[in-house]
Design a protein around this ligand. Structure first.
Ligand SMILES: [Zn+2]
Length: 272
């Protein structure tokens, strides 16, 4: 049995500011990186104890080089490196029994929850008219490969958002957000203990969880939050401007939708 973990940093214990996760030379980042490694390790250990034989970990935050690799046992396959066409779902196929979304965060444009974004803070994405975040897109990508999402961790607002599309997925709350800039935080060690307990339960539940299914054509809408981005989005083939603002793309698969989301993200990146 194989498990796939997409590991992001915003939703881990104690993190409330971008300084802690986006400034690799700062002491705040070093602290967050240690906790990030401890949480992912707790999930790996719990999963291995529950009978999982191999765990793939995708270091999904920023540079993709955050986790301290030598802390992990040899049954863990580490995927790391910069933003790429298959970021977050590299090598993910139907051979995995479940997906874990660790350290997730709220969707772009959310007025509650910490460090909200969907790849970019300057774009919002919708599928079938409903806003989607990174966790929705990754769960749908896995669903297309018949892999269920068995556990998600993050702040309380992220877990609330995930419950709409992933009702059977176990949610682990690491902190309770106070607006968008603060949170009441669980002790970091307590979060690791919780993750280790809950992954054991999630691995047992995995065969009973339906992967989210979506029938193509998949209507993706991109809403730029800055007017200057609209012109750039017009460059992408098959991306149509909508009369009320925003752009629509009809995807033949979730992987195609992800290609457009990632391409739009790079177009919206400052300095690109
Ligand atoms: Zn991140």
């Amino acid at each position: 049995m194989k498990l796939y973990i997409v590991a992001d940093m915003e939703g881990i214990a104690g993190v409330v500011s971008s300084q802690e996760v986006d400034s690799p030379s700062s002491p705040e980042y070093e602290q967050a990186r240690k906790q990030f490694t401890a949480e992912v390790l707790a999930v790996c250990q719990g999963a291995l104890e529950a009978g999982v034989e191999e765990v793939y970990v995708n270091d999904f935050h920023g540079t993709g080089c955050n986790l301290i690799h030598d802390r992990f046992p040899p049954q863990v396959v580490m995927i790391r490196g910069g933003f790429r066409r298959t970021s977050g779902f590299d090598l993910l196929d139907g051979s995995f029994a479940g997906l874990v979304l660790l350290g997730a965060h709220t969707r772009s444009g959310s007025t509650q929850g910490l460090l909200a974004h969907t790849y970019s803070r300057r774009l919002q994405f919708e599928i079938f008219g409903a806003p989607v975040g990174e966790f929705d897109l990754l769960a749908l990508l896995a669903g297309e490969k018949k892999v269920p999402t068995i556990l998600i961790s993050g702040d309380d607002k992220t877990i609330e958002q995930a419950a709409t599309n992933l009702p059977s997925t176990i949610g682990v709350v690491t902190k309770w957000s106070i607006g968008t800039r603060g949170a009441m935080c669980l002790h970091p060690m307590q979060v690791c203990t919780l993750l280790k307990e809950e992954i054991r339960r999630a691995v047992k539940n995995a065969p009973g969880i339906e992967p989210p299914a979506i029938m193509p054509p998949i209507p993706l809408v991109i809403r730029p939050l800055e007017p200057s981005l609209a012109e750039r989005l017009n460059w992408i083939p098959r991306v149509k401007a909508l009369p009320g603002g925003g752009f629509e793309f009809l995807g033949e698969s979730m992987e195609e939708v992800a290609n457009i989301v990632y391409g739009a993200t790079l177009l919206a990146s400052p300095g690109e």
